[in-house]
Each structure stands twice: as structure tokens, then as C-alpha cells.
Design a binder for this molecule. Sequence first.
Ligand code: CDP
Length: 226
Amino acid sequence: MKHTPPAIIAIDGPAASGKSTLGRRLADALGYLFFDTGVMYRAVTWLALQGGLDVNNEAAVSALAKNSQIEVLPASKDDGRVCDVIVEGRDITWAVRDPDVDANVSLVSTYREVRRALSEQQRRIGLRGRVVMVGRDIGTVVLPEADLKIYLDASAHERAHRRYNEIRARGNEQEYDEILDQVHQRDRIDSTRDVAPLRAAQDAVIINSDSLSADEVFEQVRRLCE
Ligand code: CDP
């Protein structure tokens, strides 16, 4: 008898640990929906900055998260995107990767009401099944019933290095040291916040990708799906 792969797959881990690369490949291989929850937090942050809101104003940013329709759709263009991020009919897929968003998204993600608004939508989508959902709190909070939970980790140096290469590949420039500082800072905010902090679920399979290629990580996880 042929095994059915896990219907709900959760992948969590710190910034730039390779979650999106892994998640997307896995979803493609299984014919599942790939859903990167980080883009929703990025979209709220982008909206706040764009609207000239003070990102420290928790009430205003929370209202924005509740009242905005953020759509995450399958990629409509072959320009390296993993999905489309649409807000009020506007394609902000690349705008949410701006350094300004990078610098503020972890603060916005600490807000309880922002998290509530976004994780409710994420949970609804995840419960439909045949999904690979990627984030910080998927296995612990959004979909604790996930059939397979992966926690993908790597050292801060390795992650900063990967982010540096990503930024250059997109034709932009940022100092390595600055990226490393930001990785440290986001790790700290993400793992020490009160609501849904970054941590591995008790039943997660922990993979450290420091000495593994993207192919090797994928192979390991693919075997877990058999
Ligand atoms: O791509 P990268 O790993 O740098 O970040 P991301 O996955 O796009 O997430 C950006 C930020 O959103 C993270 O640093 C977290 O602060 C927040 N986030 C979160 O709090 N919960 C999630 N499920 C996903 C992202």
C-alpha cells in the first residue's frame, strides 16, 4: 500500500534559515500549497510604513492588520518570487523585502492583535490540508495539529551569509556586518516576545543546516514524508 504524505506540514525557524527554499520545494514535490506566513507580517509592516504610521503605535498598527485585506496567492510571474503578495489590488511582493521592512517587521510581529488577526487567517488556510506552511509559530500556535513539524536552524553567521547573497542576487547592496547585526536583533525579538515566541514544538524534527546543502535538507525532509 502506498503511504500518504502528511497533510499539514509546518516549518518553523529563525530568519534566513532556508525555510522558504525548503518549503517551496517540498510543496512542489507533493503538489501542495506553499504558504509563507512571514509575508503577511511584512505586508502589515509595509502598509504601516507606507501610510506614515509610527510602527511603535501598537493600537494603530493592530487596527491596520485587522482592517486590511492581505492576499497571498500562487506566483503569477517567473521573476524569482515564491508567491504574490497583494494588498488592495496592489502587487507588493518585492516591496515587502525592502530593508525598511526588514528593520521593522519583528517589532510589528510582537503585537498581540496583529498576530491574532494574521494567525486566524493562516489557521483557516492550513486546516484545509495539503499545505506546507512556513513561519515562526506554525507548529506551536497556528497549526499545533500539523502532521509533520520541522524546525530548521542554522548559525547566525551562516544565515547572514545566505541573506547577503540573496540581497546581492537581487542587485542590491548591504554590508555583511549590518545584515549579521539585524539577524541577531531579529532572533532576539522573535524568541523573547510574549506572544507566540520562536521556538521548536516539542514534537518537531530539528534540522541544523549549517553543513548541509539545500538539496541535502530537502532529501532529509522528503524522506520524513514517505
Ligand atoms: O525571510 P525571513 O526568515 O527573514 O523572515 P520572514 O519569514 O519573512 O518573517 C519576517 C518576520 O515576521 C520574522 O522576523 C518574525 O518577526 C515575523 N514572523 C512571525 O512572527 N511569525 C510568523 N509565523 C512568520 C513571521
